[in-house]
Write a protein that binds this ligand. Structure first.
Ligand code: MN
Length: 237
């Protein structure tokens, strides 16, 4: 358990270093021994998260042992995805600026480079207003989070209109990898579309093969080692 907690704290620092999260955004893992719980930091910017900040939650977002700590108001995003998807072991929520345009226009976000295959062929967009009317756009209860999880369906990524995205991975490394290359893919797709209206996307066959390749530990672990080396881990223990 200690190793899993440390890796989760490190994931916070990596996502901050790679610019996927800023003051906001969060990452969680399903509890390794209790699939009906998940682990996530108390409400704190990911760049500052330490092992001691990590808290345990029931899937409905209730803290198991709050001890006066303030949880993230959007923790329900994580719980609802774990509740719906037994195959998901880690979730990232962020406000990556690069992905926002694809949630507020009819343009579909699609893999444009091999590592972008991690996002999958279908990236649905969830609009909180459809079921919940005018809100502050934050996902602050299970009803909203379950609606988001339903839109995510069996996919790896769901965009959240005017807000950000939710990323689900089978492992923490896979979720972090996907969140990082989701941002890269969005940036490059936007650049390509600014250059030309004839953008070449990965074919369905390429997508399947590249996604397969990316799920192998050899690539995931190499990327992880690189990201750890770049991240600021000061005070993490
Ligand atoms: Mn948010």
């Amino acid at each position: 358990m200690r190793d899993e907690l440390r890796e989760l704290a490190v994931a916070n620092r990596i996502l901050a270093r790679e610019g996927v999260v800023d003051a906001f955004g969060h990452v969680s893992i399903r509890h390794p021994q209790r699939p009906d719980r998940f682990l996530m930091s108390r409400s704190r910017s990911p760049e500052l998260v330490t092992v001691a900040d990590l808290m345990e939650f029931d899937l409905d977002g209730t803290p198991v042992e709050p001890r006066g700590r303030t949880p993230y108001s959007e923790r329900f995003i994580h719980g609802a995805i774990y509740e719906r998807r037994a195959d998901v072991g880690a979730v990232v929520h962020n406000h990556s600026h690069e992905v926002i345009p694809y949630g507020i226009t009819p343009v579909k976000l699609r893999p444009v480079l091999h590592v972008g295959a991690a996002i999958g062929g279908e990236v649905p967009v969830w609009d909180i207003r459809k079921s919940f009317g005018d809100t502050d756009l934050l996902v602050v209860n299970m009803a909203q989070a379950r609606d988001l999880a339903a839109t995510l369906g069996a996919n790896r990524v769901a965009l959240m209109r005017g807000h950000g995205c939710a990323v689900a991975g089978s492992t923490l490394r896979e979720a972090v990898f996907t969140a990082i290359y989701l941002q890269v893919n969005a940036r490059l797709q936007t650049e390509a579309m600014n250059l030309s209206d004839q953008v070449e996307y990965l074919s369905p066959g390429e997508l399947a093969r590249a996604k397969d390749m990316l799920s192998q530990p050899v690539g995931l672990d190499r990327a992880w080692e690189y990201w750890i080396a770049r991240a600021d881990r000061s005070g993490i223990d």
